[in-house]
Design a binder for this molecule. Structure first.
Ligand code: PNW
Length: 456
């Protein structure tokens, strides 16, 4: 029996644009994802979040389902432009009321709300003013945060400011495969990223100053930890280094690029291969005052972990190299490798460096699920995957890493960004033509895990 601590939180996670739909209802303003979904070829099959899981109209049903599945906590995000259609200025009461009802409904059902303020659906009106490149963007985010805190903080303790800056900054502004679909210069990407960090700092201050209930605040970067190729000490050290430095895709993909300023008060020292004139100038332009703002005290280290990369020692200036995946290595439907040890080494390394309780804000997989002839959805692969990952997470706990909880991604199948509806990450199957919800076998399995507070 692998049991977690008594106060361990078991939850599921979703994000507004991926599930809500109702894209033009009750005064919601457009976001950059609405804009990009209209561009031919941006999303596979021309899918969009216009309807998604129609959660906006199935909210009560979805909360009831969570209660039936024994879920204790629900991490959801708020659509900024549903609440502030122009991003700033006039508040859309109907939009805000939706989240108000959601929070009430959760509380009524004994489910703890975890609010993510920003999960990528940036208001289109603010994008037209320059988006994250505009130096006013931290002010905009602070204003929006204030609206949410004033309305919800009498019933919400847990806030997560920003989800995965790696994705919406890098995929959104570098490769351009996520909204807003830009391919900017390195200097501009660094600037946008810096504004995101400042926005985080401003939001934390707003929450601390105005929250009614005592707040618990975190943020949620992607963690793509290094996994040592062997039990040798030098491979362990190589994996640790790789975890905190950029991978092949560059500096914006490293967890430390975002987490070091927030938790340690300075940008990580870039490794030689990342250092160029642009980066040097950028780092020189950052002021001490800005770093103080970014470096607000937080309560936990939230992190989304899906996979890790195997790393070994190398006699090079980097000190490590990534090991090529085995031929035919195990892959999920979205073709990400199955690497359970990411949930051991990630928490371990992040805890060592940032010294905060670890909260897995997302972990899960997409798999090939459909409703069988017996009317059920059999997803043994998901049960096996999650069992392996949770066993590793438990190993971290046994080794003394302070764990706060675990959120499975996702409650239900949903709009998987540029991949559209092809990828099914849910514990609950969604039939997008009827909006019927069918809990998969894994949902009932997860219910037992929660009841036992661990694995058999
Ligand atoms: C996350 N990686 O994105 C997002 O927070 C979710 O909105 C998304 O649906 C979910 O994971 C599944 O993709 C990630 O490369 C994107 O390791 C990429 C990675 C991890 C998470």
């Amino acid at each position: 029996m692998r049991r977690f601590s008594d106060n361990f939180v078991w939850g599921v996670a979703t994000a507004s644009y991926q599930i809500e739909g109702a894209w033009q209802e009750d005064g919601r303003g457009p976001s950059v994802w609405d804009m990009c979904c209209q561009k031919p070829g941006f999303v596979k099959e021309g899918d969009s979040g216009e309807i998604a899981c129609d959660h906006y109209h199935h909210m009560e049903e979805d909360v009831r389902l969570m209660r039936e599945l024994g879920i204790r906590a629900y991490r959801f995000s708020i659509s900024w432009s549903r609440v502030l259609p122009e991003g700033v200025g006039s508040v859309n009461e109907a939009g805000l009321a939706f989240y108000d009802r959601l929070v009430d409904e959760l509380r009524k059902n004994g489910i703890e709300p975890y609010v993510t303020l920003f999960h990528w659906d940036f208001p289109y009106a603010l994008y037209q003013k320059g988006g994250w490149l505009n130096p006013e963007s931290p002010d905009w985010f602070a204003e929006y945060t204030r609206v949410i805190v004033d309305r919800l903080s009498d019933r919400v303790n847990y806030f997560i400011t920003i989800n995965e800056p790696q994705c919406f900054v890098a995929l959104g502004h570098d490769t351009g495969i996520h909204a807003p679909g830009l391919k900017l210069s390195r200097r501009d990407i660094l600037t946008a990223g810096h504004h995101v960090l400042l926005a985080h700092g401003r939001a934390v201050r707003v929450i601390r100053e105005h929250a009614v209930l005592p707040p618990q605040i975190g943020f949620a970067p992607v963690g793509n930890p290094g996994i040592p190729a062997s039990g040798q000490e030098r491979d362990l050290e190589a994996a640790r280094r790789a975890t905190f430095e950029g991978d092949v895709a560059g500096i914006y993909w490293s967890t430390a690029w975002w987490a070091d300023p927030i938790f340690l008060g300075s940008y990580p020292k870039p490794k030689d291969s990342d250092m160029d004139e642009v980066l040097r100038e950028f780092l020189l332009s950052v002021t001490e005052e800005e770093m103080v703002l970014i470096h607000q005290p937080l309560d936990f280290f939230g992190v989304n972990i899906y996979q890790g990369r195997t790393v070994e020692y190398a006699d090079t200036s980097a000190g490590y190299r990534c090991v090529k995946q085995n031929v035919g290595c195990d892959l999920t439907a979205i073709k990400w490798p199955v690497t359970p040890k990411a949930l051991y080494y990630g928490p371990k390394f992040f805890y060592e460096r940032y010294k905060k309780p670890i909260l897995i804000t997302e972990n899960g997989l997409s798999s090939m699920d459909w409703v069988s002839l017996d009317g059920k959805v059999h997803d043994p692969g998901r049960i096996d995957f999650l069992s392996r990952y949770l066993a590793e997470y438990h190993r971290a706990y046994e080794d003394g890493v302070e764990l706060m909880g675990y959120f499975q991604w996702s409650l239900m199948d949903n709009f998987e960004w540029a991949e559209g509806y092809r990828e099914r990450f849910g514990l609950v199957y969604i039939d997008y033509t009827t909006q019927e919800r069918t809990p998969k076998d894994s949902a009932f399995w997860y219910k037992q895990v929660i009841e036992r507070n661990g694995l058999e």
